[in-house]
Design a protein around this ligand. Structure first.
Ligand code: NDP
Length: 330
């Protein structure tokens, strides 16, 4: 393949734009040392921000967006990898500062790659993507803090989103009672199918609240931030924990220390982008072992590269449910 299809984000005097382009292989970043034929990529919230320009995710131009990819090594200058190896990549600034996965070819650093778990296809890996791997990091963090299923329910905010959907499926599979906070009541059947036992309206959590509320859940996965995260902490039981990974409502955190100093609640920050390799490998091994394939299929839709811009706008508008896999050659 001497030329390859790619989404390209660019910024000029004419403004910020994204186009589907045909690029020459010689344009691939020289700073990479492994060339990967991308079989599948995906659209995460961050990719949608990069494609639409709604937030300054992209740090250098022109940029191929896409923080995730799954594919096969085509050529490698890194002794750790050889042609034919099945790999997955999440984060490390790919799609932000280094050309990313929304293309048929990618040239990345070997250190960023992990071996694709034996039980997961490229399609499965991107149905999970950074969203799914982050959901697993959240579940692992709650467990590290002693939030086990016998301690009580776990709340998942942003429930219909990518991280939320995978988190519900993973927690339910581990035997937790899962409460889904959503703005989409009409998706009750979907959320229950994933494993949620109850739903609450996200509006209950999205406004300014009290420093402490009724103790409602033993733990939470929060993808929303802002007042929601403050209220989630205020409603967490004595000794519980909240894994905070997102900012769908906002970057702010208008809270008090009351849940932490009066109830011993732990706020665990989750970062997927620079997470150490050993933690990633554990998360992916657990995803392979635990993700329920029919549930994963139920939350995933598939698009081609040409559809990515339209779907990115829908994702920002909160109209996309679950996960979106991108086939770069379609
Ligand atoms: P999605 O867009 O798929 O889902 C976000 C969900 O949040 C929506 O589906 C919606 O759920 C809810 N939501 C949207 N807007 C609001 C709002 N104003 N108030 C309350 N809820 C809202 O995104 P992802 O699941 O991919 O990512 C979720 C968040 O996690 C993002 O902020 C993302 O940047 C962050 N993230 C962070 C990572 C990390 O490493 N820390 C890694 C991956 C993601 P519903 O319709 O059910 O209400």
């Amino acid at each position: 393949m001497s030329a390859f299809r790619a989404l390209v984000v660019d910024k000029s005097e004419a403004g910020y734009g994204c186009r589907l382009d045909m690029l020459d292989r010689s344009a691939l970043p020289a700073s990479g040392n492994v060339t990967v034929r991308v079989e599948r990529s995906t659209l995460n919230y961050k990719d949608a921000l990069a494609i639409t320009g709604k937030a300054p995710v992209v740090r250098s131009f022109p940029m191929v967006p896409g923080i995730d990819l799954a594919g096969t090594v085509e050529a490698s200058d890194d002794p750790a990898w050889k042609a034919g190896d099945a790999v997955v990549l999440n984060g490390w600034g790919v799609g932000e500062t280094h050309w990313g996965g929304l293309a048929e070819l990618s040239r990345v650093k070997g250190d960023w790659l992990i071996r694709r778990p034996a039980g997961l296809t490229a399609e499965d890996c991107m149905a999970l993507g950074t969203a799914g791997y982050t959901a697993m990091l959240c579940v692992m963090a709650l467990e590290r803090q002693g939030v086990t299923p016998d301690k009580g329910d776990v709340l998942v905010t942003g429930a219909c989103g990518g991280v939320g959907s995978v988190a519900i499926a993973l927690l339910a599979r581990r035997g937790y009672g899962v409460i889904a906070a959503t703005g989409r009541r009409e998706e009750e059947a979907y959320l229950k199918e994933l494993g949620a036992k109850d739903l609450i309206d996200r509006a209950e959590l999205s406004g300014p609240g009290k420093p402490l509320g009724k103790e409602r859940w033993a733990g939470a996965v929060d993808t929303v931030g802002s007042h929601t995260l403050a209220n989630v902490c205020a409603g967490t039981r004595y000794g519980g924990a909240v894994a905070a990974c997102g900012l769908a409502q906002g970057l702010d955190f208008p809270a008090t220390v009351a849940p932490f100093i009066l109830r011993g609640v732990t706020l665990a920050g989750i970062d997927s982008v620079m997470a150490p390799k050993a933690l990633r490998e554990t998360a992916w091994r657990l995803l392979d072992a635990e993700i329920d394939r029919p549930r994963l299929a139920a939350m995933t839709s598939r698009i081609g590269l040409a559809d990515a811009q339209g779907v990115a706008s829908d994702l920002i508008a909160g109209k996309v449910r679950g996960r979106v896999v991108v086939d770069p050659s379609a």
